[in-house]
Design a protein around this ligand. Structure first.
Ligand code: PMP
Length: 464
């Protein structure tokens, strides 16, 4: 805690996450009385250990990178380092493994060509740039609430100090959006982040914004698949590039990602996170005509995309380990009955929570989970602290998203479920789910809005 307190003064990311972990009204008080350590010393199996030796079941999934367990990635990196060592960090020319990676990715994605980048954000930037270049149209379409990295064009609104002028944000799963796609002539591409199936038209939930219990947790896979099919049809009809942003869900839902899961082919697909075998990565896979960066008839008209660290030998070697192991029976086997396993686990936890009269439920897209609350309360965000006290590690969005790695055995999972129920019982006993009679989510939201306005006014007054 001491190190975290000191580092928070120096690391701006930490200062931000520590401040926005809970709704702003409680932020200062919580930082003082319920500090969360930012440092860990080790990981093993499905657990991590902090500097004081406390062990936690890892539900952060390292932003989704951790699909097969930390030991798997340690092996990918160790073996990758060995294989890349002779060449070392030589950039510009390629390590031979780059060619093998490209061949494997082309096979997995069903596309024709690949480009390698350093992050998911960059992969999305490149996919959009290619779509603009080839369609000679200016605008990208994204859907409400969808995250595609922190590049300005895909992040209009909160978080970006300047407006995104060449972005249309449309309603997800809406007939009206299909009409826009059909009628406008300036749309180059449509970006889809399939994790939005969990909460169409809303940003990923986080404890800092989830101050009431209004979010439904209900997934309609068939409806989302049907929506993607309609999008595919309109994009084909209008010559718009359909981009699946699989930085998060790629390899997680199925070896062939969302394309395989929903049975729909995109024109360009972006990957990242787990693909690097534990090292930083972004990749674009696409159809030949869309991946080309020059025109035969106009040599000066190119689509530029370079990056110093693209195709870094160590990253490529760790990726190669990842892609090779994907074909090994042990890893292949993890995909067998994948959804059934995680659906059953979520359903059994929901039963336990209901039977115990606890106002908490979970919904899941395979191994990606979201917690929802069934009773109006302004203190749901406290649940993250009860979960931590039970030895469950959450990412900074708290109960907004839990990400399991596929190496969770039944026994591991039962241990998590027991702790989860115990945490909810402790929170209930602690009185945090008490609300004044007749409280409603609407009233709670209004109260919070009033408090935010009062806070702003008081700051203004103090400044005068
Ligand atoms: N697209 C999606 C769907 C993502 O989930 C993310 C990361 N959360 C990104 C893009 C950006 O990737 P990175 O953080 O590697 O830049």
């Amino acid at each position: 805690m001491q190190l975290t307190a000191e580092a928070t003064e120096l690391i701006s990311d930490l200062r931000f996450t520590q401040t926005y972990r809970v709704p702003f009204q409680f932020s200062r008080h919580v930082r003082r009385h319920l500090p969360v350590g930012a440092f860990l010393q080790s990981s093993s199996g499905v657990t991590t250990t902090d500097l004081d030796g406390n062990s936690f079941y890892d539900l952060t999934g390292s932003y989704g990178v951790n699909l097969f367990g930390y030991d798997f990635y340690k092996d990918c990196i160790d073996r990758g380092i060995e294989r890349a060592h002779a060449l070392g960090p030589v950039l510009g020319s390629y390590h031979p493994l780059v060619a093998d990676n490209a061949a494997r990715l082309v096979r997995l994605s069903g596309m024709d060509e690949v480009s390698f980048h350093m992050s998911g954000t960059e992969a999305v930037m490149q996919a959009v740039r290619l779509a603009r270049y080839h369609t000679r149209r200016s605008h990208l379409v994204r859907f409400c609430g969808a995250y595609h990295g922190w590049w300005g064009d895909v992040q209009p609104g909160v978080g970006n100090p300047v407006p995104a002028h060449e972005t249309y944000t449309l309603r997800d799963m809406s007939e009206a959006s299909l009409r826009v796609l059909r009628n406008r002539h300036d749309i180059a591409c449509v970006l889809v982040n399939p994790v939005q199936m969990m909460h169409p038209n809303s940003a990923a939930p986080a404890d800092s914004t989830l101050v009431d219990s209004a979010r439904p947790a209900h997934l309609d896979r068939a409806a989302y698949a049907d929506w993607l099919k309609q999008l595919r049809a309109v994009c084909t009809e209008r010559g718009i590039a359909l981009i699946f942003d699989e930085v998060f869900v790629g390899f997680r839902l199925a070896p062939g990602g969302a394309q395989e899961y929903f049975g729909i082919r995109a024109d360009l697909v972006t990957y990242g996170k787990t693909l690097g075998g534990g090292l930083p990565i972004g990749a674009v896979c696409g159809r030949k005509h869309l991946m080309k960066r020059f025109r035969e008839d106009r040599p000066a008209d190119i689509c530029f995309a370079r990056g110093t660290f693209n195709s870094h030998p160590y990253v490529m070697a760790a990726m190669n380990e990842f892609l090779r192991r994907l074909e090994e029976p042990g890893i292949c086997g993890l995909y067998r009955d994948l959804d059934d396993i995680w659906d059953r686990r979520a359903a059994s936890l929901n039963c336990r929570l209901r039977d115990a009269g606890l106002p908490v439920q979970v919904a899941n897209l395979s191994s990606i989970w979201v917690i929802s609350y069934t009773r109006a309360s302004a203190y749901n965000w406290m649940f993250q602290y009860y979960l931590r006290a039970e030895g469950l590690a959450l990412s900074w969005v708290g109960t907004g998203r839990l990400i399991f790695s596929l190496n969770y055995t039944e026994a591991d999972y039962q241990a998590v479920a027991d702790r989860f129920v115990a945490a909810a019982q402790a929170m209930l006993r602690g009185g945090w789910w008490w609300e004044r009679p007749l409280a409603s989510n609407r009233k709670i939201r209004r109260r919070i809005l009033r408090e935010m306005i009062a806070h702003r006014l008081s700051l203004h007054r103090a400044a005068r």
